[in-house]
Design a protein around this ligand. Sequence first.
Ligand SMILES: [Zn+2]
Ligand SMILES: [Zn+2]
Ligand SMILES: [Zn+2]
Ligand SMILES: [Zn+2]
Length: 330
Amino acid sequence: MIQKLLLSLIIPATILYGSQMAVTSSSSYYIYTPAGIQIEIEYGTGTDGYSYNISNYTGATLLVDIATDTFNCHTFAWYYQGDLYAYIAETQFNINDPTPYVGNPSNTCYSIIYSDEYLTDTIASNLQVGDIILYKYSDTTYIFDNEIKHSAMVVQTGSTTTSVRIKSKWGKGQIVESDLVHHPFYTPAIGDKLLSYPGDFVCVYRHNSNHTSTCLISYNDYTHTYGCYYCGRSLITNNHTFGAYSSSNTYHWHTCSVCSQTIYGQHYANTYTINPITHIGTCNVCGSYFEEPHDFVYYEMKYHCSKCGYETKHPLYPNKQEETENEKIA
Ligand SMILES: [Zn+2]
Ligand SMILES: [Zn+2]
Ligand SMILES: [Zn+2]
Ligand SMILES: [Zn+2]
């Protein structure tokens, strides 16, 4: 399940999937889910936010008071999975078309519950918490034929379009809770659908049993984070379960029995025996006795060992650099 590690170590976390993997390709940017689903993204300028006057929309309540173009409704519903505060810790970008998340039914964690239907109370009453609703223009002759307008996530069930509650980011504006119809991105049909404005279609997507947290998404020295193999979300972070330390003269390392990652660290002692070339001590992390060359940093006209504090104007270096590197690999 765990894919090839495509990135070198990022401090503090190694991100295996997600926005850190965004790559440029003919001026487009993409992220990839662990299953390889490609999502085209766009970065906002951060200067083009817009605050809606939500009191104009019956029943709408403010959830997060932000006005930014750096992530949109699709990012919020599909990438952040409706997490109100994910944008604070995570990279922000806009998604214009989230439908690749649904994609090929054998390679997705979503089931299609409704596809391109006019919104009715029947549809409303069949919604479940966590469902994602996609609003689309319906008019096949209209310039915006089938263009995606808005994504929202169900937070409370109900029997009518005005009793079901959803949360969504309103374009370049706030994150708002509303009913299914009182928000800026829903236009109802007017009169005879064939003769006047036809109103919007909705699609409804629901996570299926593929949506589990069994894929390693990222890790750092202390924790591993698991998410869904298909969409990359449903994140769970736990501490590593380490076995005993192994050590060389230079490093110690231990391996997590859950995620199989090996974490390396440098020996570090509380007190050292010092000679002009090396310092010698007992590692206060792994307990092993070690001797290694000083780690000199030059300042104030002297060379200072960053570990043991030894100072000299004339540092002596043992010619064992290659040996040290080999020991790390061994
Ligand atoms: Zn998923
Ligand atoms: Zn682990
Ligand atoms: Zn150690
Ligand atoms: Zn030293």
